[in-house]
Design a protein around this ligand. Sequence first.
Ligand code: ADP
Ligand code: TRP
Length: 341
Amino acid sequence: MSQPVAKVSLTGIKPTGEPHLGNLIGAIRPALRLAEQYDSVYFIADYHALTTIRDPKLLRQYSRSVAAAWLAAGLDPQRTTFYVQSDVPEIFELNWILSCVTGKGLMNRAHAYKAARDRNLEAGEDPDAGVNMGLYNYPILMAVDILIMESDVVPVGRDQVQHVEYAADIAGSFNHIYGKSYSFKIPQAIVPEAGSGQTLPGLDGRKMSKSYDNTIPLFLPQNQLKKLVRRIPTDSTPVEDPKDPDSSAVFQILEQVAPQSAADVVADTRKRLEAGGMGWGELKNVLFEVLNTELAPMRARYEALLEPGSELDEALAEGARKARERAGRVLSSVRRAIGVG
Ligand code: ADP
Ligand code: TRP
């Protein structure tokens, strides 16, 4: 008897900045856990970043650094099909085909586009001011990413769930017309819970995010990491007073980022804060030590991967080859179904 075929888990990673701890906890680690059970397909969505990044050097730099970050965090390119979106031209052919079965009204209702319109209207501008067709068509390209790899599940942050629903919707439209000869699989979003189930706070206590400029980048040199941890604001509770660990951003970061092997350090720190006698400065030292122990080996691997001639380019070239093979199979069936080729 043949083995049952593993279900496909796919996600796209938009290279719009240097990866930070929130990305590690909320996206990279959950996706790596899924790779243990699924046929995993993960890619750098550089053409999605093009809707906002216009500096070619920066786009290239972010694409490489984000790819290196995932490999340094433990992605195994033998097990996971790992590629850069722009290396797979089949995606862009299917993009046109799926545009032709997608209602314009559906795109009008997409969150990102609607939010841009609302901002313009509020500012008394033309509703479409500054909106490019890339932003408008974004959900179709994302549907293609998902459908061309025959994805079953799509791990994403909450803000991307609508896009996965759109992919299911667009697949449904195609299947309704052409389903007798080819049907897309209907994908489903899954939203992984970060660390202990919350969003990782940033340096200012709000959600850690590039847009708030409050992140702890993953690969800072050790001395800069230390400085950044020192900068996390705390209140003026005296050292000897008891403290509530759960209302401290420093403790929350510690709890969510600490590996299993540091579980006793976290438990002990919680007790000492609650009992009084531990100051914020000491807590920050604990956080720095745990973070640095966790990140130092990743940092070394990341730096090696960014060197010219490292195995990064080779891994991505092999990933592109595997991705094109998968995409090519689906595209041939689709072309036959619609009456071209
Ligand atoms: P940013 O907010 O910094 O722009 P992105 O939107 O690029 O981050 O997020 C990429 C992925 O990382 C998403 O899956 C998102 O859910 C996850 N992520 C980002 N920040 C956090 C955070 N503070 N806590 C948990 N997950 C996060
Ligand atoms: N739009 C996603 C984001 O902004 C990135 C992305 C592109 C993606 N294509 C995808 C995610 C396909 C999941 C599946 O984060």
